[in-house]
Design a protein around this ligand. Structure first.
Ligand code: SF4
Length: 567
């Protein structure tokens, strides 16, 4: 039995006869739509550890049968708050394909099974309901109207303001209003969660908490000077371009460290500047012991199995690609752990019963950004790499040192790079590329050019096709020198805003001319909280110039098939 359940047994609940309700001895109760993973690559693992280190007792309700509200009261009423952990992926993204078809599997459930055992495969019985945060929060509010609810994770953070919901094909208002949650935590959020628990413990009301890295609803416009007011929800509903305008303002305001406000009728969603994390914060939390298991049984979800021996070396992404929300959620600035802390984590992995000597990944959003923690304050560029690489940003060297150090660690047979590398950065770093091909690649090296046509690449904030050509030449020369037969596996998106059918025909020719097979092609899916989604909805680029946007799924599938076809 895992330590999570041992802890559960030590902290029983008490039945309060006068209130006819179980009063939990837990300070905080986590509720999540998938099995809890006690692993530092999963937000719930990090967040529970952070609270426990500060002396708070954490209970866990995992995969509640959400059709019945009683499923949410099995641990009683927490002393401080409920925390709805939506996890690292939005529920709509996990539940639907780019063709709006319902997915039958969920990587985060045990053995990938998406439906409650013994029930028909209908949306009513999906373990992870659509827009999980709203469903769970509303259920808990029905039972415990007087207990604060904190929401967090990607789904909550990227739906903080008015956003486009692809599955419903409409603009939705802030998740704070639909869920009626008291406070929303942005980013990974371990510092904020501990602070909220401390403040509530001191007797302050949840309504009076104002903290960096959180958002909440206000009844009036904050008086503070210098806050940025986004176009209101009503304005976004009326004018498609306002979503784009709001996203660009949000991106800038996050970099400026300002409060961000959006009016919804007579109320205001207020997001405070991001919480600052540094290398020691990361070392502290990742240095703790994690069982790397679920709380019960010894089976694994596919997501945990894939990440069982993965290591997060840093947070943040400096790339600023338009279709990605990592920069908005975790920040543009890279924050790296120390090498010592990473090596220590490898040592702890070697004691896991499943350890065979293979590490699936050491990285973050982009592995070779490790160690590029920029100290410049007040930089307002949305990307350190686009349109050209900032001279201060020189990735590669520290990551190479890290890999060398980790390779020397006793018990390690091979380290793979599951999180992928930026090929445009590797172009300036042939030594790192050589070491990756020698020691860290399987049959394929994954790269993500995403497209080949300049108009689309510019809209994506990705490097020009010339850069890909130069990289392929460098890769081939090193591959030959090493006598390896590694192939490049390019990741391609079709149907990104701005793409025309002719672009895909041209892309096919260009990839073929470089000897690249497009085996990993994805149809663009508009997800909340990124620039590409705002362009998709507005049918404009960021200067509000109209661009083509293909929405017909039949045509998009045709484009995908064309790219994937041989020859
Ligand atoms: S100064 Fe350069 S490296 Fe630093 S955040 Fe700005 S663009 Fe990135």
């Amino acid at each position: 039995m895992s330590s999570g359940y041992a802890f559960f047994r030590k902290v029983p609940a008490i039945f309060d006869k006068s209130m006819r309700r179980v009063i939990s001895c837990f300070d905080v109760i986590f509720v999540l739509p998938y099995p809890f993973s006690d692993h530092p690559s999963f937000p719930e693992g990090i967040l529970r550890k952070a609270l426990e280190l500060e002396g708070f007792r954490v209970g866990v309700i995992e995969t509640p049968f959400w059709q019945k509200k009683e499923s949410f009261e099995v641990l009683g009423k927490p002393k401080r708050f409920f925390a709805i952990i939506s996890g690292p992926v939005d529920s709509v993204v996990l539940n639907y394909t780019s063709a709006r078809k319902r997915r039958k599997e969920d990587l985060y459930q045990l053995n990938g099974k998406a439906y409650f055992h013994g029930y028909p495969p209908s949306i009513k019985y999906k373990i992870r309901p659509d827009r999980t945060v709203i469903v769970f929060t509303n259920r808990i509010k029905e039972l415990f109207h007087d207990v604060p609810i904190v929401i967090g994770g990607l789904e909550a953070a990227l739906r903080c303001f008015a956003h486009y919901d692809f599955q419903q094909d409409k603009i939705r208002r802030s998740i704070l209003l639909d869920s009626r949650a008291d406070i929303l935590v942005t980013g990974m959020g371990e510092k904020q969660l501990v602070r909220i628990a401390r403040i509530l413990e001191s007797g302050v009301s949840i309504n009076d908490i104002i903290l960096p890295g959180t958002a909440r609803i206000n009844n009036a416009l904050p008086e503070k000077n210098g806050c940025v007011e986004l176009p209101s929800f009503e304005a976004v509903l009326q004018d498609r371009t306002k979503l784009l305008e709001a996203h660009l303002m949000l991106e800038k305001a996050l970099l400026e460290g300002k409060d961000i406000v959006q009016r919804h009728a007579d109320r205001y969603v207020v997001q405070y500047p991001v919480e600052n994390y540094n290398a020691s914060d990361l070392d502290h939390i990742y240095d703790q012991c994690y069982t790397r298991m679920h709380l019960k049984g010894d089976s694994y979800s596919p997501a945990l199995r894939m990440n069982l021996f993965s290591i997060t070396s840093h947070r943040g992404c400096a790339g600023g690609c338009s279709f990605c929300s990592i920069g908005i959620h975790h920040g543009k600035k890279v924050i790296s752990r120390s090498m010592g802390s990473i090596v220590k984590e490898i040592h702890s992995q070697t004691r896991h019963p499943q350890w065979k000597g293979y590490i699936a990944d050491i990285g973050g959003a982009t592995a070779d950004m490790y160690g590029n923690d920029c100290k410049v304050e007040g930089c307002l560029k949305p990307s350190c790499l686009y349109p050209e690489r900032c001279r201060i940003f020189s990735p590669g060297k520290r990551y190479m040192e890290l890999l060398r150090e980790c390779r020397k660690t006793r018990g390690v047979k091979k380290i793979f790079l599951g999180s992928g590398v930026r090929y445009d950065m590797l172009l300036n770093d042939p030594d790192l590329l050589e070491e990756i091909l020698l020691y860290h690649s399987g049959r394929f090296l994954r790269i993500a050019p995403e497209h080949t046509e300049e108009t689309v690449l510019n809209l994506m904030r990705k490097p020009s096709f010339n850069v890909l050509e130069s990289f392929v030449r460098l890769f081939q020369s090193i591959n030959q020198k090493l006598k390896r037969r590694i192939e490049l596996a390019p990741y391609i998106i079709v149907g990104h805003p701005g793409e025309k059918q002719a672009d895909v025909i041209e892309m096919k020719k260009k990839l073929t001319s470089l000897g690249l097979k497009a085996t990993r092609v994805q149809i663009f899916t508009p997800t909340p909280g990124n620039l590409s989604t705002a362009m998709y909805y507005a049918r404009c680029d960021s200067s509000l110039k109209p661009i083509p946007v293909e929405k017909e799924i039949v045509e998009l599938i045709k484009r995908k098939k064309l790219l994937a076809s041989p020859g």
